[in-house]
Design a protein around this ligand. Structure first.
Ligand code: GLN
Length: 304
């Protein structure tokens, strides 16, 4: 299918909404990003690229990194991973601490901060440099060699990460964090500070659209059943506590980040990424959510 006319239509229709909402400012470096930007890309499993607006501009992927970190950890740990993190929606904000005490330091899912800290801890146990190992993994997934993290953004988050540090210490008290809190936070903040464009992100999730096989090099990233499971988690937990509303409106597995990016997958067809930095209350990109909703309405393609 030729997605270009669809993307052009979405871009034109959303002009009045682009910039509405709030750019994340609790990480000081992110507050400097101009709100009025918008890009969207679709890359189908044959490698055709459709793009509009700022689709080639790199931005901070933030929580989208949680999808790649989970994939890498899942590759290494398999199902034993689920003894340390759950797979249910949390119904709470992504940085909430409230469930951790009642649930003995086991986070609800890998896509909230507490869950991603546990996943990062697993990666740290198996690699000398957990930050770089995720960068290397993402470079391979996207087939782009110069993807890297922004050190300023990482430092900016590390110096303001009291809340994530509190979660990490708390989980350590339950024995659910094996490495030093400082080391885990360092890797986690560098993962979040990776910068990629919409085109690169739409390519990087190609393996999920392609049932676990990286379409750009033919390598199996995960088996088809794992690709299904990762996508199911995206649908139920990938857009914070707005995941129910997102599934209702959009109908695609997706993962968002407070940098304003959202990746989504149309299984068997394509990877999609939209970016617009101004966020809704839930932390999802406002224009981005609307763009994906329009995408599934106009194409009549979703998982339902
Ligand atoms: N780095 C951010 C944080 O830990 C990521 C959050 C997000 O994108 N939802 O708060």
């Amino acid at each position: 299918m030729d997605y270009q006319p669809v993307l052009d239509r979405i871009h034109a229709a959303l002009q009045p909404v682009i910039g509405q909402g709030k750019v994340a400012s609790y990480i000081p470096e992110l507050a400097n990003v101009a709100a009025d930007q918008f890009g969207m890309a679709v890359v189908d499993v044959a490698g055709n690229v459709y793009a509009v607006g700022d689709a080639g501009k790199r931005f901070s992927i933030q929580s989208i990194s949680k999808l790649f970190a989970l994939t890498l950890a899942f590759q290494r740990e398999g199902d034993s991973l689920w003894t340390r993190v759950g797979r249910e929606p949390s119904g709470n904000p992504f940085n909430s601490l409230v469930q951790l005490e009642r649930e003995n330091g086991i986070p609800r899912n890998p896509f909230i901060n507490a869950g991603a800290l546990v996943i990062t801890d697993m990666l740290a146990s198996r690699s000398v440099n957990a930050a770089q190992s995720l960068v290397d993994f993402v470079r391979k997934l996207a087939g782009v060699a110069d993807i890297t993290y922004n050190t300023r953004v990482a430092q900016s988050e590390i110096s303001t990460s009291s809340r994530n540090a509190a979660m990490a210490h708390f989980m350590k008290s339950f024995g659910n964090l094996h490495n030093k809190v400082g080391e885990v936070l360092h890797a986690y903040c560098h993962h979040c500070a990776i910068e990629m464009s919409c085109v690169e992100l739409a390519r990087a999730v190609g393996f999920l659209a392609n049932h676990g096989v990286n379409p750009w090099n033919g390598e199996t990233v995960v088996d088809p059943s794992s690709a299904k499971r990762l996508s199911a988690l995206m649908l139920t937990c990938g857009t914070y506590d707005a995941a129910g509303d997102f599934a209702y409106r959009v109908g695609l597995p997706a993962k968002s980040g407070v940098g304003g990016g959202i990746v989504a997958i149309l299984p068997g067809e394509c990877g999609i990424c939209v970016w617009s930095p101004a966020l809704e209350e839930s932390g999802n990109s406002h224009a981005g959510s609307l763009a994906l909703e329009m995408f599934t309405s106009l194409t009549r393609r979703s998982i339902f």
